[in-house]
Write a protein that binds this ligand. Structure first.
Ligand code: UDX
Length: 435
């Protein structure tokens, strides 16, 4: 099957490479010539484990290619995926900016030949698929096509596995014909009995927001429980384990921490709130999740300040991890980059390390000092703060770390270490929700 992917961002690239791996012939198309040129030379613009090898393999096997030519990309395709960005609009009001989606729809329309399925892969507000349909129809009234909503549920850092072995595939369709084409697209997943939810366009669009909102709720809930644990001397790890063992609740996404970040949860929760508001419906649980998340980040600033004896002025903080989670180079809405700036402003010296995120962080925060590893970050530090649970930080040589520090304060915002282990190693340890 010939498939075209418009947009070679994170979602487009992963989806394109994985569909090629399924055996389809895939063209990844982007207007950005330098990006396409780099991709042709085997340069992957993002860090995602396994993606470079998957792209290289499928390019070599002749199933995956890159193009800037819309006509060439769309003419022979049976399915054209739109996977362009939908950032929060610049107005800062939570609306998703759909400019790129509609531009892609307009641009692809003249090249539709035989029956084609136009697939919305980007996360878009309810009603966008129908709007895409109108845009394509207006630009090419004779085209034979259907629009399908096929939201992605890829986690950065685990995206290839999430694509190849998903919990479910959601298809919002308006016609049996479109559903049949999509079944062909995902044929290998049918063969491994992946559950498919085939529903209407609006429902599919809303499922994506509801899923991410619920996960955000779970995180905000456990973060509030962590705060209660701190107040009453309880341990949130044991609490989350026991609560999560109830099959009705489930143990995933119950890790207390500095609040969620990334390209999806912050953006999608706000977009869901806007959708609800526009339709006169209150979604108070999600409103609360968003507020709690902001409060959690502020609470972490205070936690660090308090650990440093009430003032960060003139103190050196070793910051371990800058990306919003491990195994990605994504810094969008990263807790570290919300928590560190107020400390810097009040006179703290920040010695930062991250396995993937330092180059980009340096552009935004030139006043941080960037070092080669966790131990260098701890040189003469008054406190070390673990922001992101990269594997490199999970088994640190604690004695080596301590010998380099001025003091022995360890603030573990991901609860990687146990309070006893840290106490035994001579640290003054602060976790999240640990008594
Ligand atoms: C998420 C969804 O998981 C994915 O299905 C969707 O398509 C896109 O958004 P992603 O943003 O890559 O994926 O990261 P995820 O692993 O979900 O983590 C999001 C944030 O929540 C991170 O900042 C992470 O540290 C935080 N988190 C996650 C917690 O604080 N506690 C948890 O228990 C889980």
């Amino acid at each position: 099957m010939n498939i075209t992917m418009i947009g070679t961002g994170y979602v487009g690239l992963v989806t394109g490479a994985c569909l090629a791996e399924f055996g389809h012939s895939v063209i990844c198309m982007d207007k950005d010539e330098s990006k396409i040129e780099k991709l042709r030379q085997g340069e992957i613009p993002i860090y995602e484990p396994g993606l470079d090898a998957l792209v290289a393999k499928n390019v070599t096997d002749g199933r995956l290619s890159f193009s800037t030519d819309m006509g060439e990309s769309v003419r022979s395709a049976q399915a054209v995926f739109i996977a362009v960005g939908t950032p929060s609009s610049r107005r800062g009001d939570g609306y998703a900016d759909l400019t790129y989606i509609y531009a892609a729809a307009r641009d692809l329309a003249p090249y539709l030949r035989d029956y084609t399925v136009v697939v919305d892969k980007s996360t878009v507000p309810v009603g966008t698929a129908r709007q895409v349909e109108r845009v394509v129809r207006e630009a090419n009234p004779d085209a034979e096509f259907d629009v399908v909503s096929n939201p992605e549920f890829l986690r950065e850092g685990a995206a290839i596995n999430d694509f190849m072995r998903p919990d479910r595939v959601v298809l919002g369709v308006d016609s049996v014909r479109a559903a049949e084409v999509m079944k062909d697209v995902y044929n290998p997943l049918y063969l491994i009995s992946t559950p498919f939810v085939i529903t209407g366009l609006e429902t599919a669009e809303l499922i994506k927001y509801a899923s991410n909102a619920f996960l955000s709720l779970k995180i905000s809930f456990i973060n509030e429980m962590a705060n209660v644990c701190e107040a009453v001397g309880a341990d949130v790890i044991d609490l989350a384990k026991a609560v999560g063992l109830d099959g009705r609740i489930g143990g995933k996404f119950l890790h207390a921490g500095p609040g969620y970040g990334g390209s999806c949860f912050p953006k999608d929760t706000l977009a869901l709130l806007r959708i609800a508001q526009e339709n006169g419906v209150a979604v108070r649980s999600v409103e609360a999740a968003v507020e709690i998340n902001a409060a959690q980040k502020a609470r972490m600033v205070k936690k660090i300040r308090d650990a440093l004896g009430g003032s960060e002025a003139g103190k050196t903080i070793a910051a371990l991890g800058l990306t919003f989670k491990p195994e990605t180079d994504d810094l969008r809405d990263s807790p570290a980059l919300t928590i560190l700036p107020p400390l810097l402003e009040k006179g703290a010296r920040i010695q930062a390390h991250d396995p993937q995120g330092m180059k980009e962080t340096a552009k935004m925060f030139p006043d941080f000092i960037y070092v080669k590893n966790a131990y260098e970050a701890c040189e003469n530090a008054d406190a070390v703060v673990l922001f992101t649970e990269w594997n490199q930080y999970r088994a640190l040589d604690l004695q080596e770390l301590k010998s380099r520090m001025k003091s022995s304060i360890f603030i573990d915002l991901r609860n990687v270490y146990s309070p006893k282990q840290m106490k035994d190693a001579g640290f003054e340890y602060f976790g999240v929700g640990r008594g």
